[in-house]
Design a protein around this ligand. Structure first.
Ligand code: HEC
Length: 118
């Protein structure tokens, strides 16, 4: 099946087999899948933040839950980062992992926000 349709495409439009992978790469860049800050953020999230933000421990806004993030997002990234760094209500400073740098906290906040912002 695949061979037949690829053969068909090649005859019809020889460029398409080259263009499709390039389009995929462009989409990956646009959607941040190959963004190093997002990768760092994901690592920090999995290492520290997930403990509370995956299941909503103590009322932590759950990763990917737009409703829980809706009131927090309008504060903007800098304020969210400040709250995550210094602590906020039941959110401990740096999620309790004091080794994390400002850059790592920022990346983790952006990683969480990227899933709910739109
Ligand atoms: C020990 C549990 C715990 C860990 C670990 C944790 N959080 Fe939280 N986080 C919370 C709770 C609870 C809240 C809700 C605080 C409130 O609104 O009173 C919260 C809220 C937040 C908010 C929203 C703050 C606001 O202004 O509304 C951000 C952003 C955040 N956390 C980022 C992070 C990041 C980044 C990490 C990892 C570095 C992390 N958290 C790790 C418990 C945690």
């Amino acid at each position: 099946m695949a061979t037949i349709s690829q053969e068909h495409l090649r005859k019809k439009n020889p460029g398409i087999l080259l263009k499709t992978p390039m389009l995929i790469v462009v989409f990956l860049i646009l959607f941040g899948c190959s963004n190093p800050e997002m990768e760092l953020g994901e690592q920090v999230f999995k290492g520290t933040c997930k403990a509370c933000h995956a299941g909503g421990l103590n009322g932590a806004p759950i990763y990917g839950n737009k409703r829980m993030w809706a009131k927090r997002l309008p504060q903007g990234i800098p304020v969210l980062v400040e709250h995550a760094s210094s602590g906020y209500g039941l959110m401990p400073a740096k999620g309790g992992n004091t080794n994390l740098t400002e850059q790592e906290i920022t990346a983790a906040v952006k990683f969480m926000v990227s899933k709910v912002a739109e």
